[in-house]
Ligand binder design. Sequence first.
Ligand SMILES: [Zn+2]
Length: 487
Amino acid sequence: MFLNSKWGKMTIAGSILTTTLFSTSHPTLASAGGQAPDSQNTNNSEAIAMGNTKNPKNVIFLIGDGMGPSFNTAYRYYADNPKTKEMDKTAFDNYLKGTMRVHNDDDKENITDSAAAGTALSTGKKTFNGAIGVDNNKQAQKTVLEQAKESGKSTGLVSTAEITDATPAAYAAHVDDRDKKDEIAKQFYNDKINGQHKVDVLLGGGSKYFGKENGNLDKKFKKDGYDVVSNKNELANSKSDQVLGLFAEENMPLQIDAPKKNPMLADMQQSALNKLEKNNNGFFLMVEGASIDKTAHANDVTGVMSEMDGFNKAFENAMSYAENRDDTLVIATADHSTGGMTIDSGEEYKWNPDAIHKMKKSGAHMTEQIAKGEDVEKVIKNGYGFDVKSKQIDKIKDEADKLKDVKDKAKNEDDPKIEKQQGKLQDAIQKPINDKSRTGWTTYGHTGEDVNTYAYGPGSDFLEGNVDNTDQPKNLFDFFSSDVTSS
Ligand SMILES: [Zn+2]
């Protein structure tokens, strides 16, 4: 592959140039201590490959929520063509820059959540778990999206979660608690920069925070010139440069489970790019593969691979946008890792992604169906793509019966016993595929390891080696507040 071979060569050349010929810091990269070779001494394509000649005009920032390093490796196995002897590289592999530290600054918990990590990535301030765009003193901090808007760029947020969820919220809202979703949606509408709405393109789930329960924000956006859309077709036909697209009441369904009318992550990203690129001053777009995390919390390897695939497609799409230009920085990284997923469990030295390919629905979806009262046999038949052991089927039926029981006896829907029993049902549903694929898990929560960073384009050089999550916005602030842009 073209970039593949060139990349290897240029990385070496780039590091020699950086340490010998051009050792002075580029002024706009100063805050990360990044060093940039002088573009005059390299031809254009080399300059792009080295990725650090000028400030990017456009930034596409992709966040795989919960995408720890093992997820990237697992996806390489999963995506590999088993008919060829070699293990194929993924799109990510060609653009690995280094790793990123993701710890938070919280008195009680030293493993980050998506709110604290999102705030570190958006503002450059480490903060407490649950914080959205505020520091440890609960003071609002300017985000890179807000800086981009201030500098006359267009802005977008795309997520498979509710668009008010922690990661997108951290870029355009300021609240002390991630659960204040009504308030977050209100800030999306009410907060203005130079008299304009902060975010031009908002695409994801979470319609319940924009309807009449929360002040008809959708209607207000529409009145202000936004297209308001709710399916793939409407999004494709949207003509306005500004759009509010809400494709589910809460989180969007996973790629493997979604109805055809739903846009995939890459579809939403492409629509966003079509609109944002009309601005001659450039754009900032954050794209989140949110349900990598959400399915990892449920130890749902089918869901994780479904969403890794969706995120990979979005990354490939971003790369094909950026590859033939010299003005667009693409970064793909994660906010933290989730679930402690391991590639193989037991002692056979054999992980089996083939079993995951055979799955017809995610475990999370099956759990939801059964919890809603669907026939258990039917859900099992339509969900697994292989024969499940009768003992495991009995266990699922048993937990489903118990859930029905707990629900009948519960005083209200919020009874914690329901959630607890639903967790047991979920475990019973995930067990056959985790066993068959030999996938290991250590927790239903987050884990603290460094994550991978992938990048391409002008300014990507600053991510080489091991960086901190707060270095990301420091560099973006420099790019956006400076008028030195490549054209
Ligand atoms: Zn999470």
